[in-house]
Design a protein around this ligand. Structure first.
Ligand code: NAP
Length: 309
């Protein structure tokens, strides 16, 4: 029987791991399929306190893991298949094996939202991608026009990053103002290679017949006019969906699947705590996720102490 199992190794999970490890609770930390979480797919993180020149996202997460392991966290590359939260302890199935724990910290984060188009699905990894830092430098995108969809910080970050490789980056947004923070929006719109396409949505990714991206058909939502933008790649950056499917029917969640907290990081099930983007659609920052991970660790520690009273 474990004292603490943490699902997720983003900022929330690894901060919870650092705190519970330092409390001598020897947490088991399960990475899932994306060790380090979404931050590993970003380039330079400029707003994490303590790094005046920014820090590479992958490096930040690697350092956090090393810090947790130094105090005794056991990080395992493993995926949770099932979770039974109905008893006094939590029973997990991890890569087919049972794992029982007195407390569980869920820090499963969120994945990329998709446009939901059939052509998007069919051309996934054939020019459609959700991560500029992962794929932007591929030869197929070099010196080609590229399209980014979205109006938030992610879309601005992706568009700016892609200017290193693309001939032109079209930023397709469904409204005529960006949601992104002012500093990011200003930087993006001032870039000579970035061309905003306002009030527009992608209707179809071309060309399924050729089995590669050759363009996108966009519709102006104000005029209903359709047009084609020729491009070699489509980078979708329209937000995220929480990774909480595993807990459907067992944990309280809102209509979008974000886990609800009762008090502090406590869920509606005793001994089960949440942290980070799987429970936060408001702030969604690396530093707030880390703060939530810290809170969940302290709550788990106090809960374990209360069991022995
Ligand atoms: P976001 O802020 O939720 O923005 C999503 C964007 O996609 C919005 O502009 C939205 O349009 C658009 N959108 C949503 N669904 C769409 C659909 N079906 N079709 C077309 N467009 C759609 O998400 P995000 O940009 O990923 O940012 C998430 C959080 O991470 C934010 O808190 C952000 O500040 C943070 N972040 C920070 C940094 C940084 O500081 N370096 C970098 C990346 C992300 P509307 O505007 O019309 O709703």
């Amino acid at each position: 029987m474990e004292n603490v199992v943490i699902i997720g190794t983003g900022c929330a999970g690894l901060t919870a791991a650092i705190y519970t490890a330092r409390a001598n609770l020897a947490p088991v930390v399960l990475t899932g399929t994306m060790p380090g979480g979404l931050l590993t797919t970003t380039s330079i993180v400029e707003n994490f306190p303590g790094f005046p020149d920014g820090v590479d996202g992958y490096e930040l997460m690697t350092r956090m893991q090393q810090q947790a392991e130094r105090f005794g966290a056991k990080v395992k590359f493993a995926t949770v298949d099932a979770a039974d939260l109905s008893g006094d302890t939590v029973k997990l199935t991890v890569d087919g094996e049972p794992l029982e724990t007195r407390t569980l910290i869920i820090a499963t984060g969120a994945g990329h939202r998709h446009l939901g188009l059939e052509s998007e699905k069919l051309l996934d990894k054939k020019g459609v991608t959700y991560c500029a830092t992962c794929d932007g430098a591929l030869p197929m995108f070099r010196n080609q026009p590229l399209v980014v969809v979205g109006g938030g910080d992610s879309a601005c970050e992706e568009a700016t990053y892609l200017t290193r490789f693309a001939s032109t980056v079209y930023l397709v947004h469904r409204r005529d103002t960006l949601r992104a923070s002012k500093i990011m929006a200003d930087r993006t719109l001032a870039h000579p290679k970035i061309k905003p396409v306002w009030d527009s949505v992608v209707e179809e990714v071309l060309d399924v017949k050729q089995d590669k991206v050759t363009g996108v058909r966009v519709k102006n939502v104000k005029t209903d006019a359709s047009s084609v933008i020729n491009c070699a790649g489509l980078f979708v950056a329209i937000g995220h969906v929480p990774n909480t499917q595993l807990f459907k029917g067992q944990l309280a969640m809102d209509e979008n699947g974000y886990l609800l907290r009762k008090e502090g990081s406590q869920t509606n099930v005793k001994g089960v705590f949440v942290a980070g983007d799987c429970s936060d659609h408001v702030y969604r920052q690396a530093v707030t996720a880390a703060g939530m991970g810290c809170a969940a660790a302290i709550d788990a520690e106090r809960y374990l102490a209360s069991l022995n009273r």
